[in-house]
Structures are given as C-alpha cells and as structure tokens.
Write a protein that binds this ligand. Structure first.
Ligand code: PGA
Length: 271
C-alpha cells in the first residue's frame, strides 16, 4: 500500500518569514483545521503525506512551525560529504539537525544549471540514506530526448546510476520523482498515460536493480506543471504515487486543493 505523497518544491522562493507563514497554513490544512474545510476537505479526513521543501535559509523557520505536525520537512539538495572545505555546501547531517526528513536529489535544474552528473546524484543519494534522510530522486527526459524516443533509456540510465549501487533495504527508503524536463515550469504537464508509461518502466527498472518487493513499495511521484486543474486525473492513476509540485506549491489555496485531491484519490483507491 503506497500512500500518496504531495511534496512542495519551493525552489528559490520564500525567505524565513514568508515560508513560516505558508507552512503554518499548510500544517492547518493537513491537520483538518479551518483552512482544510475551506479547501473542501471530506468529513473522513485522511490526508496524503505532505512534505515541504523550502530553501536552506528557510528550513529552520519552517521546522519550528511544523514541530508536532505530520507535515514533513525536506531540503532541495545536499552535499555528499559530511563536512569539510566545500564552500557554500550543506551536508545531510546538518539537514537532519534542522529537522529534515527528506531531501530532493538530482532535480533537473541542478543537473542542467549546476552540472550535476548521474554519478554525483548517486553519491548524494547514498549520503542522504547514510544519515537517515529519505531522498526524493528526480529523473526525467528533455524535450529533445522525448522527441528522439529516448525517454525510457534516459530514465533507465538515471535510475541505474543511483539504484545500481544501493542495497535493496536502502533502496526501499527512497522516493522517485519522474519529472519530464519539458513539463517543469512550462504549464505543459505530461498526460496521465505518458506518466504511467514511464512510471511502469521505472518500476520495472527498479525491480531489476533492487528486487521486485522493494520496487513495489517504492513511491514514484510525478512532477512537472502539476496544478489543481490537472492533479485529479494524474493522482487517480494507481501508478502515480503523488506529486512533486513547484509553482503551485507556493500558493496556499492551490496547494490546499492539491492536498484535498490527494486525499480523494486515496479514498477512491482505499489507500
Ligand atoms: P513545476 O515544478 O510544478 O513548477 O513545474 C516542478 C518541479 O520542478 O519540481
């Protein structure tokens, strides 16, 4: 049984003050408070897992707000070493100390704009697991790769670089996010059929790398222009275990609707 997970990737938005305010609203929505009623929460409220991933400098303020709430805290990146002369970098150990339980690894913006390679992503995932963080491992093809019918090969390469070196029990403690690069921040999401096609392939690749049982338990999120208008049809798919949300996670109302849609999808699937 894979409970749906809705993760907000705030990217380089919201400093400590604004971040704490949004986190407070989200925590109320998830706990079934007044805001969740406004967002149309059903009477038997069983929300999806919700995780917020603010920028590094906002983590402490959001951690404070989320203390005692079921909303998880995640960072957007980490370094693979525990400490050392790595100016500007942040280690997994530091993130744990701040209260993080999750960390996004290998987001396409980091791969494209900051030169992260498959090998670096693999090292970061191992570093996250070593300190008990759940890595949200991002994979996905560019438009050119999709047009060249390379989507599955690219996703397979990206996954193998990470999971080929992980022991099965460790792999079970990870989350995968399929984020087609052409869908990120473009307003053009993958169709449910396109996402399911890649998720199914990804799960088969994972089964080959870490075993069928572990792969069955692992959550595969979809990310790329998810919003309140398209989330219901995406999350209705059994193979889509949640969403990694950028732009729409910055607006309390819209993120609240996504949480409600996640809860409705789980209720339909009896998760
Ligand atoms: P988007 O971003 O929802 O704004 O497309 C998703 C992501 O980059 O994780």
């Amino acid at each position: 049984m894979r409970r749906k997970l809705i993760a907000g990737n705030w990217k380089m938005h919201l400093g400590p003050r604004a971040g704490a305010e949004l986190a407070r609203t989200v925590a109320r929505m998830v706990s079934g408070g007044p805001d969740s009623e406004r967002a149309g929460a059903p009477p038997m409220w069983k929300p999806p897992h919700v995780v917020l991933c603010p920028p590094f400098v906002t983590l402490a303020a959001v951690a404070e707000v989320l203390r005692g709430s079921t909303v998880g805290l995640g960072a957007q990146d980490l370094h693979w070493e525990r400490q050392g002369a790595f100016t500007g970098e942040v280690s997994g150990e530091m993130l744990v100390e701040l209260g993080c339980r999750y960390v996004i690894v290998g987001h396409s913006e980091r791969r494209k704009l900051f030169g992260e390679t498959d090998e670096m992503v693999g090292r970061k995932v191992r570093a996250a697991l070593e300190v008990g963080l759940t890595p949200i491992v991002c994979v996905g093809e560019t438009l050119a790769e999709r047009e060249a019918e390379q989507t599955k090969a690219v996703v397979e390469r990206q996954l193998s670089a990470v999971y080929g070196t992980l022991a099965p029990p460790a792999a079970a403690g990870t989350v995968v996010a399929y984020e087609p690069v052409w869908a990120i921040g473009t307003g053009r999401n993958a169709t449910p059929a396109q996402a399911v096609d890649v998720h199914t392939h990804a799960r088969a690749v994972l089964a080959g790398a870490v075993g069928a049982n572990e792969a069955r338990e692992l959550r595969i999120l979809y990310g790329g222009s998810v919003n309140a208008a398209n989330a219901a049809e995406l999350l209705a798919e059994h193979e889509i275990d949640g969403a990694l949300v950028g732009g729409a996670s910055l607006k309390a109302d819209e993120f609240g609707r996504l949480i409600t849609i996640g809860a409705e999808a789980m209720a339909k699937e009896r998760l």
